[in-house]
Design a binder for this molecule. Structure first.
Ligand SMILES: *Cc1c(COP(=O)(O)O)cnc(C)c1O
Length: 374
């Protein structure tokens, strides 16, 4: 990866320092933080006129931080779905898209709609079925990967899939929301595009919607930005400001939540009323060896099944007091939900819950599960 430098001749920075220092105004007298620019238009000068076309200083701060983290060229969007839509928009009409079977529901529905309208030909592949991905690479125009996957936390062999012989011009995109660039940098493994729901770990406080796509080249950046301009998928000023603010503490939050998740996964795996505790860091995880090779950390999401099915799982979600019964993930607070209750996810085991572990005290989290499991 090219080193993280604030200026061409500045010393290279570690990720933790980059998160704190990147994207700040640098001239004497400037505020330390890029302010939320509440403006649609600017007095003409050489480059900027209208915010939807040219962006703002607030978006650029966010794009500078995330572009550096992923080792590419970032474009900020209004949400993760807007970023995903822009990536699908890169594929010509009638193009073939390979999508994981276990995949963010919004992306799956979006692709399915494009398929039904005849815009794209979509087929689904199991995340961990590497031979099927290698075969798909020969005729797909886009391989869309999500690893770890949602909600089963399967791991795709990104290195093998990115190296596969591809149809000329074919793109590999990775939804890196669950891993974050601190745990995995797909562009450095050979992917062309990375997508984030910045609503999750980047924002980190469940108080905004935001998304980012990162291209490996200037050309991809240009095409993504063009799509943002024409589709009007523009980020809000306040949301971009808050996403930058969230990123400043990402390394600390992720480390704390990840440590909690590892301990809680062991704790839950030892409970007799819970089954199939899934966490890539557990040796019992089917992709543990690959996860160890590919990820710098195993993430903050733990999935498990409650014996007794849907009713018992709903009861657990409602009996927890510190852990909030709510959707979404990647925030400072722990949240839990039963996934088969989500429209489009009915195929999942009825008692399967997804837990997003936050930064609370591990002792309090364990007590909460102990009292709720009674
Ligand atoms: C939440 C999420 C998205 C969609 O992002 P929004 O910001 O909600 O539009 C996409 N992919 C994954 C893995 C997500 O968790």
């Amino acid at each position: 990866m090219t080193a993280l430098r604030l200026k061409p001749n500045a010393p290279a920075l570690q990720t933790e320092s980059w998160l704190v220092a990147a994207g700040r105004p640098a001239a004497p007298g400037d505020p330390l933080n890029a302010p939320p620019i509440l403006a649609s238009n600017f007095a003409f000068d050489a480059e900027a006129g209208y915010a939807r076309d040219d962006g703002t200083q607030t978006w650029r701060a966010l794009e500078a931080i995330v572009g550096g983290l992923e080792g590419g060229e970032a474009v900020a969007f209004s949400s993760g779905m807007a970023a995903a839509s822009a990536v699908l928009d890169l594929i010509p009409c009638g193009g073939r898209v390979a999508l994981p079977e276990d995949c963010y529901q919004g992306v799956a529905t979006l692709a399915q709609q494009a398929h039904e309208r005849g815009h794209l030909v979509v087929h689904r592949i199991a995340t961990a079925d590497t031979p099927a991905w290698l075969a798909a690479a020969r005729d797909a125009d886009l391989l869309w990967l999500e690893s770890p996957s949602n909600p089963l936390l399967r791991i795709a062999d990104l290195v093998a899939i990115c190296k596969a012989e591809r149809k000329p011009g074919a793109l590999v995109a990775v939804d890196n929301t669950f891993a974050t660039p601190l745990n995995q940098q797909p562009l450095l493994l050979g992917a062309d595009l990375v997508v984030h729901s910045a609503t999750k770990f980047f924002g980190g406080h469940s108080d905004l919607l935001s998304g980012i796509a990162v291209g490996a080249t200037q050309d991809l950046r240009h095409r993504l930005a063009k799509c943002r301009t024409l589709r009007g998928a523009t980020p809000g000023a306040l949301e971009s400001y808050l996403t930058v603010r969230g990123l400043r503490t990402l390394a600390l939050r992720l480390a704390a939540a990840q440590e909690n998740a590892a301990e809680l996964a062991e704790f839950l795996a030892a409970r007799t009323t819970l089954e199939r505790v899934r966490y890539p860091g557990l040796e019992s995880h089917p992709d543990h060896a690959l996860a160890k090779r590919q990820l710098r950390g195993f993430g903050t999401i733990v999935t498990f099944e409650v014996a007794g099915g849907a009713a018992a799982a709903d009861h657990l979600c409602k009996s927890l007091q510190l852990v909030r019964h709510a959707t979404s993930l990647g925030a400072v607070e722990s949240t839990i939900e039963r996934r088969a209750a989500i429209p489009g996810q009915e195929h999942l085991p009825p008692g399967l819950v997804r837990l997003s572990v936050g930064i609370e005290s591990i002792a309090d989290l364990q007590h909460d599960f102990a009292q709720a499991l009674g």
